[in-house]
Design a protein around this ligand. Structure first.
Ligand code: AP5
Ligand code: MG
Length: 213
């Protein structure tokens, strides 16, 4: 099963993608996580991506598409995957579609996790992330067992550089201009499913499971 998660920054794409990955036994592929891992390791790709990410801008398509196509060509993606944060522009969606067409393959579901802008800024300021293993927490909704420390790997948790309120506003603007058009793109292909992302995260997940079967 091949799934795309759509939704604004902070809508809960990552939260849901991790649960889907576990339930259906497919890898969770997040371009944001790949960039953050590269930033942490100080790679050239990481340095280039950081300049855009810290401003709330998208990393250019050429860079992003190559990374994603390399990732989904790996063995563990043979039986499917859940994409989180990709595609984010129409050209990215077209490249993915062409690459899959060549393999006689296609995306099965594009799930839009719908959360209005008003809810987003509040959510983001409470998020804490582990840059080592990618786990995310929320100081109110999903607190770690020990304050400031990742339950999974024991690393200190951080407020992502791009979760500061001014940057979140830019990310929302970028989302509306560049990413929201994908809702029509996948609706035209009859694979768009929308879930309400404002409810409890287990209820969001149950709605997604009802769609995926
Ligand atoms: P990326 O890492 O993809 O960030 P994003 O899309 O902005 O999304 P987030 O990870 O911030 O939010 P999310 O929807 O995953 O929400 P989460 O589950 O954490 O990208 C970062 C940057 O990388 C981009 O700005 C761009 O620069 C670059 N980039 C990445 N991909 C790219 C691409 N394809 N092209 C170009 N550039 C790219 O949840 C948020 C918080 O809310 C958490 O604290 C969570 O615990 C909490 N929460 C989740 N669900 C609920 C709920 N139902 N109720 C209450 N709280 C909840
Ligand atoms: Mg995420």
């Amino acid at each position: 099963m091949k799934i795309i998660m759509l939704g604004a920054p902070g809508a809960g794409k990552g939260t849901q993608a991790k649960m889907i990955a576990k339930e259906y036994g497919i890898p969770h592929v997040s371009t944001g996580d790949i960039f953050r891992a590269n930033i942490k390791e100080g790679t050239e790709l990481g340095m280039e991506a950081k300049g855009y990410m810290d401003k709330g801008l998208l990393v250019p398509d050429e860079l992003t598409v190559k990374i994603l196509l390399d990732r989904v060509a790996k063995d563990d993606c043979k039986n499917g995957y859940v994409l989180d944060g990709f595609p984010r522009t129409i050209p990215q969606a077209e490249v993915l579609e062409d690459a899959l067409n060549k393999l006689n393959d296609k995306i099965d579901f594009a799930i839009d996790v719908n959360v209005p802008d008003e809810n987003i800024i509040k959510r983001m300021s409470g998020r804490r992330a582990c840059l080592k293993c990618g786990a995310t927490y929320h100081i109110e909704h999903v607190p770690p067992k020990k304050e400031g420390i990742c339950d999974v790997c024991g690393e200190p948790l951080v407020l992502r550089d791009d979760d500061k309120p001014e940057t979140v506003k830019n990310r929302l603007d970028v989302y509306h201009k560049q990413t929201q058009p994908l809702i029509d793109f996948y609706s035209e292909r009859n694979i768009l499913k929308t879930v309400d992302g404002t409810v409890d995260m287990m209820d969001v997940f149950n709605a997604i499971k009802a769609i995926l079967g």
